[in-house]
Ligand binder design. Sequence first.
Ligand SMILES: C[S@@+](CC[C@H](N)C(=O)[O-])C[C@H]1O[C@@H](n2cnc3c(N)ncnc32)[C@H](O)[C@@H]1O
Length: 314
Amino acid sequence: MNSKKQYLYLIAKSKWEADLINAECQALIGKPPDENGIIISERKVDVSRGAYIKNCVELIFQTASLEQLHRYLEAAKLYADDFRVSVTKIPRGLKMNSMELASEIGARIEGSPDLDNPKVIFYLVATDEQLWFGKITSESDRAWIKHTAKPHTTSSSLPARLCRAVVNIIADIGDSLVDPCCGAGTLLLEAAHIGINVVGYDINKKMVGASRKNLEYFGLEGAIHLADAREITGRFDALTTDLPYGIYTQASDKLYREILQNIKSLAPKAALITAKDITDMLCDLGYEAKRVIPVPKSRVTRYIHIVDILECND
Ligand SMILES: C[S@@+](CC[C@H](N)C(=O)[O-])C[C@H]1O[C@@H](n2cnc3c(N)ncnc32)[C@H](O)[C@@H]1O
């Protein structure tokens, strides 16, 4: 193997969310996954905040044959207390028995196995052509699953996993992030959970209460205010919002323009989510559109516009 340490990242696969997945991988790891949902990189990243990035494995051996892997393991005399061996096959239907593979590998590692509460997880990723073996250094905390059961939600609330990916694309841990139309606060929840300082606004008092209670329910902090996004002021590291739309909201181009005109002064970069592609409007208003990530879901396609706001970049 290469003398520099290498890391394997395993990425969730979804045809519909492929662009969003690529963008999250680019933002956190610096490259997109291959067709197997794998990234190999010399960059070590803590992926506990990952939405579609499942885990990071520090590679120990890479080989094309099981016999060779066994020989490497026997020569290396690996030792670990409380370890487990996990196996992922790509594709899942690959003709190999995961349990047998795991126990054959485990038998070649010295120390004590603990399948229920392992301190060390050795990991094998097997494809038709390659076997990658290593040790997990971090795994996604998948906390969006419990956040999905937040006490307050609305028909226009975004999927929590999508929000986690958006937050990862636009902000870093420790940044300040504003959502000027926060609704029930799904974006804020994911951001606050990973250590971003969040501020939210909504024109609807009920929504302000919903966001506050949702954050509180999960023991998270954030400042939520009742305000019109057309009037708010302030300065943040990043902005993300899901602009008003849907049958209960009067979402006109005029409202979009007025909101977008004002929130331009709030942050140098933004991820703006809409139910239609508004790239032309954004360019017209002086935003620098970097890319649009379409996320189709049943009959609705969401468009995530990643933009720079040049007048804020001083
Ligand atoms: C699509 S929803 C946001 C949903 C939110 N992301 C969630 O997951 O719950 C848009 C929100 O914008 C709010 N809104 C509409 N016009 C606004 C304005 N002028 N200023 C601030 N908020 C506004 C609505 O009250 C609504 O809660």
